[in-house]
Design a protein around this ligand. Structure first.
Ligand code: MOS
Length: 745
């Protein structure tokens, strides 16, 4: 099903967003909306120093405050069995010792939880939390990346050794070269829904948890490890998630604290982070300082690229991401060197944030490509075309599919690239300088394992079950789209149960894997149902059998309009309801586990983002006129939700390029703009018309549907597209994000 298309916002998608109405009308119940009898409320008190030891902590006033049930600190915290083993239960993304909450007096970062206050109402717990006072022995802390580069080290493990292809730093021998440094600050996820957990011990061996996670199975594993409970005694619910962008990819200390607190007071406990705590306690996109050296021949053939990145991590864990990895495969280039280093700072450990390392890496690489194109007096698309990687140059194997050239063509057409001037600062309209820019993105096309159960029911409806959850992209909509197509049902006839453990296990929602993974499992389980139907129809006496005496195969059948019929003789037809009745069945049920196979192909999704913008000469204000985001993500199963993902990624990229910046006061090691008034993100007035174009060509290898992921490529490449357009408009190359008006004056 190859469907190249421009997403038309006016056209009606046959599948409305599943659960969309419940979300926008307030009917959907998120974790913090859950009500339990006898509910207690928890609130975390944070350290006021960025490093040191707690000398003393006074909880007496808090304990005496009205309605207070308990105050937990490192002095009286129940022992977490998993903390005694030396490994933390909350799975670390990489090496190090994850933070053990209330474990001892040691402070690693500002606002690290030092106490959990529990009371009978939210108002009372907020009041009591203010009464907890601590004294510290202050340590010397570091919170700035740039002044600590000397402490940088190679992350633990072979994956992070320096990469070399061809000659080390071979770009230096090129006749035309660019050497530049690029920087971007810390960004925070801060989805609308705050981090929150509701923990309820149903007995001393049985636990139910509602929490903000992108993977209920992973959360269950973490809690099981921490509290040494068998996983089957724990139920994790995350049916509704109000955005996450990656912050739900690990189990955070606050979640462990909620479970601990509920155990302590013997009541269900709800712990909702305060917005300020979302800036300090649940990860962020680490700052990076990157250096690119890139060289080419005068006719624009790349000779070499060297990409070095310094990123910050915490002082207790090594958080890593693929910051330099794009450079290893994006272009056909004989000499490539990459180096990746971590700098420990006194902050919470970072966590993947949408398009993780690739988004930051692409800012450096794709800005440098634009600088090289300018040095060569070449159109930036032409430079990329001259260095198109026909096979994966890193693994030296073919791509499973790659339609990047199509993305360039379709996007250039849509944005009006032909109007772009090769020389910067030459297009002017009144006080405004006009510019065009583009940037490329790529991200591994993941396919993991998922199990889906499908039940075809007496009313002809189909129930699909999987524990995968949805932080926003529209997982249920995607599953519905695959099932309606496979089974010939209307969307109203498909029902999805998802988002909690106890259902057939699905993957964590991360790394843009869910459509390729769960979509494939839905497709496979529907195929199994169809095979079962064909077997039933092959029975002696069936009208289908009489017409097809050699046996009825799935290929002989047409599944449409809630019925099955013979392709060759459509008059021989039976609704699913009749099929069940005539076979004396109450349901038809199949369960399939589905996973990708190791293949000799490099699997990636690709994107190209185009921007047309204008810069106001007197004030440096940037106004984006038009964005065109093009994606090669294989078959698009659900156009509306896919386009919505692309638009969301473009918005995230605009925020990254122009606004987002967690400002830290390094004298105290704490953020200054820890609220959504001062930490700027784009609002509707900042967002232009975003057009989405899908190549829509099937990937022959990833799965039956041919679908690759697109959550990450939606953002990767957007920030450099803006920086490149700003250069084209003004002649000013901004290498430090965000591009604020002062930098253009
Ligand atoms: Mo994404 S950063 O894998 O949630």
């Amino acid at each position: 099903m190859d469907k190249e298309f421009f997403f038309d916002k006016q056209a009606k998608d046959p599948i409305e967003r599943v659960g969309g109405r419940a979300k926008v009308t307030g009917a959907a119940l998120y974790t913090a909306d859950q009500q339990f009898q006898n509910l207690a409320y928890g609130f975390l008190v944070g350290s006021t120093v960025a490093k040191g030891r707690i000398k003393s902590i006074d909880t007496k006033a808090a304990e005496r405050a009205p309605g207070v049930l308990a105050v937990i600190t490192h002095q009286n915290a129940p022992k977490i069995p998993g903390y005694q083993t030396g490994r933390d239960p909350a799975k670390p993304p990489t090496a190090g010792q994850p933070l053990r909450i209330f474990y001892n007096e040691e402070i690693f970062y500002y606002d690290q939880p030092i106490a959990l206050v529990i009371a009978d109402t939210y108002e009372r717990v907020l009041h009591a939390a203010k009464l907890v006072k601590a004294q510290y022995e202050k340590g010397v802390f570091q919170t700035e990346l740039g002044s600590n580069l000397a402490k940088a080290k190679i992350p633990t493990g072979p994956r992070f050794e320096d990469y070399k292809r061809g000659e080390v730093d071979g770009y230096k021998n090129a006749p035309v070269k660019v050497e530049q440094e690029y920087y971007h600050p810390i960004e925070v996820h801060n989805p609308m829904e705050l981090g929150n957990t509701l923990a309820h011990w149903e007995s001393d061996q049985k636990l139910m948890v509602y929490t903000k996670t992108q993977g209920v199975e992973a959360t269950r594993k973490s809690i099981s490890d921490a509290f040494k409970l068998p996983p089957e005694n724990i139920t994790v619910h995350a049916e509704q998630i109000g955005g996450a962008f990656g912050m739900g990819l690990r189990t955070w200390p606050y979640e462990i604290a909620a479970v601990m607190g509920a155990q302590k007071v013997g009541r269900p406990l709800k712990l909702v982070l305060h917005r300020e705590q979302m800036f300090t306690n649940v990860g962020y996109r680490p700052a990076t300082q990157q250096k690119i050296g890139i060289g080419a021949t005068p006719d624009g053939k790349l000779v070499g690229i060297t990409h070095e990145a310094y990123a910050n991590t915490s002082s207790y864990e090594e958080f890593t991401e693929a910051t330099v990895n794009l450079t290893q495969f994006l272009y056909a280039c004989p000499n490539v060197t990459t180096r990746y280093r971590l700098v420990p700072l006194n902050m919470c450990t970072p966590i993947w944030m949408r398009g993780p390392g690739e988004a930051t890496g692409s800012f450096a690489l794709e800005s440098a490509m634009d600088e090289l194109a300018f040095a060569l007096n070449l159109d930036p698309i032409e430079l990329r075309n001259r260095n198109h990687a026909d096979v994966d140059p890193e693994k030296n194997q073919p791509w499973s599919s790659k339609y990047l050239t199509e993305c360039f063509q379709m996007g250039a057409e849509k944005i009006g690239w032909k109007n772009r001037k090769l020389q910067p600062r030459t297009a002017q309209e009144g006080d405004w300088l006009v510019g065009y820019g583009m940037g490329t993105g790529a991200f591994g096309a993941m396919r993991w394992a998922a199990t889906v159960k499908a039940r075809l029911q007496p009313d002809g409806s189909l129930l699909l079950q999987c524990s995968v959850n949805d932080m926003g992209p529209g997982t249920a909509t995607m599953m519905t789209a695959v099932a309606t197509e496979a089974m010939g049902l209307t969307p109203a006839k498909v029902r999805i149960q998802m988002g909690s453990t106890g259902l057939p296990p699905g993957p964590t929602q991360g790394g843009s894997n869910v459509t390729a993974t769960v979509g494939a499992a839905v497709n496979d389980v529907c195929t199994a149902l169809k095979e079962q139907i064909a077997t039933l129809l092959s029975k002696e006496g069936s009208r289908f059998h009489t017409a097809n005496v050699h046996g009825v195969k799935v290929d002989d059948l047409l599944f449409a309009e809630g019925a099955v019929s013979l392709k060759q003789n459509p008059a021989i037809k039976m609704t699913y309801t009749e099929l069940l009745q005539q076979n004396g069945l109450s349901v038809l049920e199949q369960t399939r586990e589905s996973k990708g196979q190791q293949q000799q192909y490099s699997m990636y999704s690709f994107s190209v983002h185009f921007v047309k913008l204008r810069v106001h000469k007197p004030t440096g204000r940037i106004k984006i006129d038009h964005v065109v985001s093009c994606a090669d993500a294989g078959t698009i199963v659900s156009p509306t939700t896919a386009a919505s993902q692309m638009i969301g990624g473009a918005v995230g990229g605009i925020g990254m390029a122009m606004m987002e910046d967690l400002v830290i006061d390094h004298r105290f090691g704490r953020p200054i703009n820890n609220n959504l008034a001062d930490y700027h993100v784009p609002v509707n007035a900042d967002i232009p018309n975003v057009d989405v174009v899908f190549v829509g060509k099937k990937d022959p290898y990833i799965n039956q549907m041919g679908s690759k992921g697109l959550g990450e490529i939606a953002l990767i490449g957007m920030a450099p597209a803006i920086a490149n357009a700003v250069f084209n408009a003004t002649g000013k190359r901004i290498r430090t994000l965000p591009i604020t008006p002062d930098k253009l004056m």
